[in-house]
Design a protein. Sequence first.
Length: 293
Amino acid sequence: MSTLVSTLARQPRDARGWLVTPALGFIAALFLYPFAYGLVLSFKPMNGGGMLANYVQFFTDLSLWPTVFVTLKLAVPATVINVGLSIPVAFALRRSSPWQKFATTLLVIPVTLGTVLIADGMLSYFGPNGWFPQALHAVHLYTSEEIRLTHNYWGVLISLIVSGFPFAFLLTLSYVTGIDPTLARAASTLGAGPWQQFRLIYLPLLVPGLTMAACLSFVQAYSVFPSAVLLGAPAGPTRVISIAAAEAAFESYDYSLASTIAIVMGFVQLVVVAAMLAARRMFYAGPVSGGKG
C-alpha cells in the first residue's frame, strides 16, 4: 500500500486519475462488494420470517450463539501469549547478529507451512502415540494412562500459538529495532536500571506497535477453522463460530444464515479491535524512532 501511495505521488496530476480509478475498483471488488453482498444476503432468510429472522435465530439458538464465546476463549489467550512471548524474544534479538537472522529465518517456517500442515504435524508429534507424550511417560512426568494434547481445547490453542507466534514476533521485532537506542542509554546515565528503562521508555513507545500486532494476531486467531477441525472437537468444546458458518453453508445449504454468522463474526472482531485501539490512546503516541546511528 505504501508503494502504491508513493507511486501515485510521483505521477503527474493528469496521470493520477488513471491509477486511482483502477486501484479503487480493485479495492471495491476485493473487499467492499463481498461485504455488501453478504450483509444484504443476511437480511434475506431462506425460510422467511422477516429481515432479522437470521439474527434472531442466531442469538436464540443454543448451538449458535455460544460459538462467539468459545472462539473468544481460544483467540484471546492465543493473542496474549503470542504478543507477550514476542516481547522478551524480540528484546533478546533486537541487535543485528547471526542469531537474529537464524531465529527470524527459523520462525518463518511455520508461517510458510500454514495451519493445515502444522495441524498434521501436531497430530503426529502430540497425539496419544506421538513422541512428546511417550517422552513424558518415559521420564515419569505424567502418570495418567493417556495424555490428550489433541482433539481438545489445548490442541487448538497450541496450534494457534505455533502458527501465530512467528507473525507476532516479526512485527514486535520491527517495532523494537525502530526505537532509538540513545533514549535508553541516556536514561542509564541518569541511573535507570534495565527494568526502569523498559517500563518508562520502551513500553510506552512499544504500546502503539504492540496494539497493532495484537489486533492482527487476534483477527487471525478468531478466524480459526482448520485447527479447530483437525485438532479440536468440532462438535464439542472447540465448535468455533467459523465451523457454525461452514455447517450452515455446506450442510444446511442456508447461505443466508451463513452470511449472518459471518457478519456477527466480523462485528465481534471489530468490537475487540476498536477496544484495543481505544485503549492505546492512554499511552504515548508520538514517534518511536529518532534516527538511529
